[in-house]
Design a protein around this ligand. Structure first.
Ligand code: PLP
Length: 217
């Protein structure tokens, strides 16, 4: 059960940590995967900028229950067969990392706003294009009428401060090089480092709602 007052306190805490880390106008995306509709409501009431969801089916179930009016960002592994289910519900597609998804979004959601996910750690479980593949995917997305607003990355799992800075520094550099505005990086464990490295959008889940129930391991 989600305690909306506790979520509001944690949101205030995260915002104060962001500002201590030098963040200015950093968007806070509340990651609500594995939590119910009450988490989305609590995030909205607490003034989060958006919620982030990872699983198409799970999101549709929540919407069927009457999702609150807060922007939903899709942040999970994205295959082209998921796009059709999700179109109409997503304000920002954060995890675009392949041609097939770009092509399907271009067909089903022309004009959609996206981030391109970049692999900045080389960890096999993480998605994202390599920095050298970035230009081509951006050109392809724009040629299909998508609006590329920025880049997203997932930092190292259990990374040291140095490893996090390397990953986030790489994304920030690419965002600058590409002349983009959104730099989505930082999760519960590492958002202060991400903000210090120039994040404009953090994605925080367990830091707001507590531990997720693990469905897989
Ligand atoms: C789950 C998830 C998050 C939030 O992770 P926490 O550690 O709970 O803050 C952020 N970004 C992505 C892409 C995720 O999958």
């Amino acid at each position: 059960m989600i305690d909306a007052n506790e979520v509001a306190d944690r949101v205030a805490h995260v915002r104060s940590v962001i500002s201590s880390a030098g963040g200015n106008a950093v968007s806070l995306v509340a990651v609500t995967k594995s939590f119910g509709i009450d988490a989305l409501r609590a995030a909205m009431t607490a003034g989060c900028d958006a919620v982030g969801e990872n699983y198409a089916q799970e999101l549709l179930e929540k919407i069927a229950e009457g999702a609150p009016s807060i922007d939903v960002h899709f942040i999970g592994a994205l295959q082209s067969n998921k796009v059709r289910m999700l179109v109409g519900h997503i304000a920002l597609w954060q995890s675009v990392d392949r041609d097939s998804v770009v092509d399907e979004l271009g067909r089903r959601a022309p004009g959609a706003t996206i981030l391109i996910q970049v692999d900045t750690t080389g960890e096999p479980s993480k998605g994202g294009v390599t920095p050298t593949q970035l230009d081509a995917l951006r050109v392809r997305a724009e040629s299909r009428g998508l609006i590329v607003k920025g880049l997203m990355t997932i930092g190292p799992t259990d990374g040291t401060q140095d490893e996090c800075e390397k990953s986030f520094g790489m994304l920030r550099h690419l965002v600058n090089e590409q002349g983009l505005s959104v730099c989505s990086m930082g999760m519960s464990a590492d958002y202060p480092i991400a903000v210090a490295c120039g994040s404009t959008m953090v994605r925080v889940g367990s830091g707001l709602f507590g531990d997720r129930v693990r469905v897989t391991n």
